[in-house]
Structures are given as C-alpha cells and as structure tokens.
Design a protein around this ligand. Sequence first.
Ligand code: NI
Length: 256
Amino acid sequence: MILTDTHTHIYAGQFDEDQDEMIARAIEAGVTRMFMPNIDSTSIDAMMQLAEKYPDNCFPMMGLHPCSVNADFEKEIALVEEWHSKYKFCAVGEIGADLYWDKTYAKEQEVAFARQIELAKRLQIPIVIHNRDSFNETYDIVSKLKNEDLRGIFHCFSGTIEEAERVIALGGFKLGIGGVLTFKNSNLREVVKDIDIEHLVLETDSPYLTPMPYRGKRNESAYITYIAEKLAEVKGISIEEVAEITTHNSKEVYGI
Ligand code: NI
C-alpha cells in the first residue's frame, strides 16, 4: 500500500529533534511520497536539505505563502522565480490568500498569487492553493487566469458541496483532504460523501491540523493513515483502495 501526503511541512523546526525518525515512521506506514510546500525565504534551506537527503520520498515545491506576503513581497517573489530557474520543482506552492487573521495585505496577497499563477503557467507545473477564509477570492483569481494546462490542488478543502463542485468544474483541480475529515464537529464527511473520489487527494499539512486521535498534538506524515481510514469509512471501500486511488490522483497532479 502506497499513501501520498500531498502537503506536508516536514522541514519545519517542530521536527528538528526527530526528523529522521519521523520520516522513517511515515515510510514504515506506507507514506512513501511526501510533497513539501514552501513558506518563504526562511524555509528554503531546510526544505532543500530534506529533498536532497530523501530524493525518492520528499519532493519540494517553490512558492511564497500568503501569510508571508507583506509590503516587501516583491523581493520574495523574485527569489521564488530565481529558484524556479535553477531547480525543477514539482509545483508552485503554497500560494493563495489567507484572510483569517489579518487583511492588511489582502491586495498584495492577490498580486503575489496572480504573479505565481503566471509563473506556473510559464513552467507548465501545477499550483497548490492555500485558501483559508478566502475560497471565493482565490477561486475567482484561478478561474480568471486559468488556461488549458493549469492544474493543481485546493489544499485543506473544508468548504461546501457547491464549492467542491465549482472546483471540479474548473477541470484539472483536486481537493486536498486532511485531518478535518476526522474531527467530530466537522461536516466535511457529509460533503466528501457526495464527491467522486477521483477528485480527492490526501494531505496532513504537518505539523498542523492533526487528525483524531492525536488532535491538538504535533502532526506528522505517518498520520495520513488516519485520514485514509476515515475516507475509506465514508466511501465504504477499503483503505487499500483509498491509497491506490488517491496516490493515482496525486500523480495526475504532480506528474511524479
Ligand atoms: Ni501548508
């Protein structure tokens, strides 16, 4: 059984003490494919070190996270573009908008998002979209800039069935399903029940959004098994089938 974690920040400082053991646990659990979204200039070195150490398991993306967009974002975007010119990344990510905490740089977030979508179109690689409290904003930009080749993932999807259907109608986009699926108070299970599994990929978003039964603790890629188990239960299929289909879906997006 091969499971794919399509969104995991395993290079983060939270893993400094036990990074190798944590990756060994993931591989042991069948999670042999881990896709790493970048945050900003401060996270690149740690991410690239991991990609170099585990070239068959840890795949880096390059992008500027919306929470790191401020008045100075042009410099960060220039660095993202420079890295893409010298290294073949599997995606531009993670990019998008985050209007949960702070709307001060909402306009700059929009500009940075659009610039990075154009970059992905030039490079013909997918985008990984962060859309916390900003589904409509990110969706509108994607649908406006989309061309035939543009594809990607709406990461950490937790919206309504209508929103899911709008994403699917774009063509080329998958919904990233994470720990929220296992939360007792979540209605994501109801939504996911009505979506064809061909549109879904699994993700942990480690070290955040830890699934039950570890909710509140540090998340890690091995825990994708709890999300896969829950999805199997919701869909009434085996975890092996979930692993096979969602890994296939991830290959369709990333080409790896
Ligand atoms: Ni993330």
